[in-house]
Each structure stands twice: as C-alpha cells, then as structure tokens.
Design a binder for this molecule. Structure first.
Ligand code: C2E
Ligand code: MG
Ligand code: MG
Ligand code: MG
Length: 289
C-alpha cells in the first residue's frame, strides 16, 4: 500500500513538473511569435535628480501583453527568452524601440535599457548598439545600459573588456540591483560605472533596519569617492525619500514619483517638462539644507 502511495506521489509530482515545463514551452513558442508582432512594448519609469527634483533619465521596462494570458511579468519572459535562445533577438528589439522612442523626447533626457548577461557574453553587443544608434540617430550620450552582478559570474576579464569597448561609443554603463547578487567591491577597481543603482530591498528596509541604512550609506560613500552617481530604486514613501536624500543619493526612482508609464504618457510628461512630485522633494531638501 505504501508502495502504491509512493508511486502515486511520484506520478503527481512529475505530472506537475510536466505541466510547468509544458507551460514554459508554450510561452516560449508564443514569445517567438510575439517578437514579430506588436505584443512586446516598453514602459518607462522616470529617474529624478535628488538635488533638483527634475527628471534626468527614464528606465525602459519590457512589457509583454499575451493575447490570451494577458500581461506576463518581465522577470518571467526574460528568463524564458534566455533559456530558449531568444534573448539576442528580444534584446535587440528592446534596444531599438527604446532608442527610437527616446528620439521623441527632450534632448537632455537619457534612456536606460536593461541588458541581460547573455547579451554581453554573446560578444556582438558593441556592434548591435552601434548599429541601433546609427539607424535611430540617437546620440550615444543619451543611452545608458543597466547590467547586473550576474554578468560577472563568468569570463570576468572578457566581460570588463566588452564594457570598456561599449563605453568607447560614448554611452553610460550602470550597475543595477547592487548588493543582492554576487557583489564584489573589486568590480569598482576594474571598472568605474557611471552610476550604481542600490537594490530596492535596501530601500524597502532602510527605515526599519540599521543594517540596510548602513549599507546604503556605505554605497553612497563609495560612489561619491569614485565619482559614480548613486541611484536609489523602489522609493515608495516620502520618509524613505527624505532619508535617501540625506544619505546623499544622487538620483531617485520609485512609485512615489511615478509607476512605469506607457510610451505616449512618458512623452507627454517629458514634453510638458513635468516635475513629478515636487513638493515632497522640496520639503526633503529644505530639511537637509
Ligand atoms: P529592474 O531593472 O531592477 O527594474 C526595476 C523594477 O522595479 C521594475 O519592475 C519596476 O517596475 C519596479 N519598481 C520601480 N519602482 C518601484 C517601487 O517603488 N516599488 C516596487 N515594489 N517596485 C518598483 P518590472 O518592470 O517588473 O521589471 C522587473 C525586472 O525585469 C527588472 O528589474 C529587470 O531585471 C527585468 N527587466 C525588465 N525589462 C527588461 C528588459 O528590457 N531587459 C532585461 N534584460 N531585463 C528586463
Ligand atoms: Mg534596471
Ligand atoms: Mg533594479
Ligand atoms: Mg531588479
């Protein structure tokens, strides 16, 4: 009887796993088709200067509206694209859309595009970026690439050389989600990122956790000494904002100011030269100065 039960359990789990695998396989197939249709779009979230409250750049965030399943979270479809060998094509599309749409914005606004480690390891990102800048006409000074610590898990020397080469184009390289992956301070000996983005988890906990707030201060200190801007992500409350401004973060991003917006919305907002939530920023600045 126990044996039978055991067998039953094994069958149950493997059926579940089959379903999950099947599900991913279906999504992969649909993603392949979505690459040629208009289902992949970008949402844009403003990043503000902590000293002026003005928008200085906008982060492009991929969106997939599946015709049947509705919106699929980017963490999920990006990892499916990586596994299914689709990330090169998807990544190019995303870069191209971001650069094209940024051409409609005021010239002082930069656009930040997230880059998956596989796009860098593929070895042709330099050519891809150069080509997209040429065909869209976007000034390289307006493009930022966000990379994560996962990038440095393999081929570290080769990876830094790729980043060096990319930067000769005149674009900026940002370290995203810093502090939660495989953070090593030695990265900063080898490569001066233009900005470091502190992971949202530290911001979320900073008011309750001394450790989180100490980590934020340490990253700001390091960034300032090395000439790297420090962006706080995931800012949701005025209290967090005030503490982050006081800690010396140079830039702020989060739902407090704006959720990611559709292309037409961000364009209207940038052309109107809107300052998103000026009052909390101004009052925070008054508190500090
Ligand atoms: P990320 O690059 O760290 O992007 C920030 C994520 O935090 C976004 O989630 C954004 O919507 C969310 N966020 C912003 N402000 C707040 C806030 O105040 N509170 C909270 N709770 N969340 C906030 P999203 O759009 O779901 O993207 C998740 C991740 O998926 C991104 O993290 C990035 O790693 C990946 N991703 C998104 N688009 C792309 C892309 O085009 N290419 C690649 N390779 N990865 C992408
Ligand atoms: Mg990012
Ligand atoms: Mg991030
Ligand atoms: Mg993230």
């Amino acid at each position: 009887r126990a044996k039978q039960q055991g067998r039953g359990i094994v069958c149950f789990f493997s059926a579940e796993m089959d379903r999950a695998t099947q599900d991913r396989r279906e999504l992969e197939r649909d993603l392949r088709a979505a690459l040629d249709s208009g289902e992949i779009t970008l949402a844009y979230q403003p990043v503000l200067s902590a000293s002026t409250g003005q928008i200085t750049s906008v982060e492009a965030l991929a969106r997939w509206h599946h015709p049947v399943r509705g919106p699929i979270p980017p963490d999920l479809f990006i990892s499916i694209a990586e596994e299914g060998g689709l990330i090169a094509q998807l990544g190019k599309r995303i870069l191209r859309i971001a650069c094209e749409e940024a051409m409609d914005w005021p010239e002082h606004i930069k656009v930040a595009v997230n880059i998956s480690p596989m796009q860098v390891h593929a070895g042709d990102l330099f050519k891809v970026v150069r080509h997209i800048l040429t065909i869209t006409g976007l000034s390289p000074r307006r493009l930022q690439l966000e990379v994560t610590e996962g990038l440095f898990l393999r081929d570290i020397d080769h990876t830094f050389r790729e980043l060096d080469q990319l930067r000769t184009l005149g674009i900026q390289i940002l370290m995203d989600d810093f502090g939660v992956g495989y953070s090593s301070l030695s990265y900063f000996e080898r490569f001066r990122f233009d900005k470091v983005k502190i992971d949202q988890s530290f911001v979320r906990q900073m008011l309750a956790s001394q450790a989180s707030s100490a980590i934020i201060q340490a990253v700001v200190g390091l960034g300032t000494k090395l000439g790297m801007g420090v962006v706080a992500e995931g800012v949701e409350t005025a209290e967090q904002m005030a503490a982050l401004v006081e800690a010396g973060c140079t830039h702020l991003q989060g739902y407090l100011f704006s959720k990611p917006l559709r292309s037409a919305e961000i364009k209207a907002c940038l052309l109107a030269n809107a300052r998103f939530v000026p009052r909390p920023i101004e009052s925070a600045l008054r508190v500090v100065s």
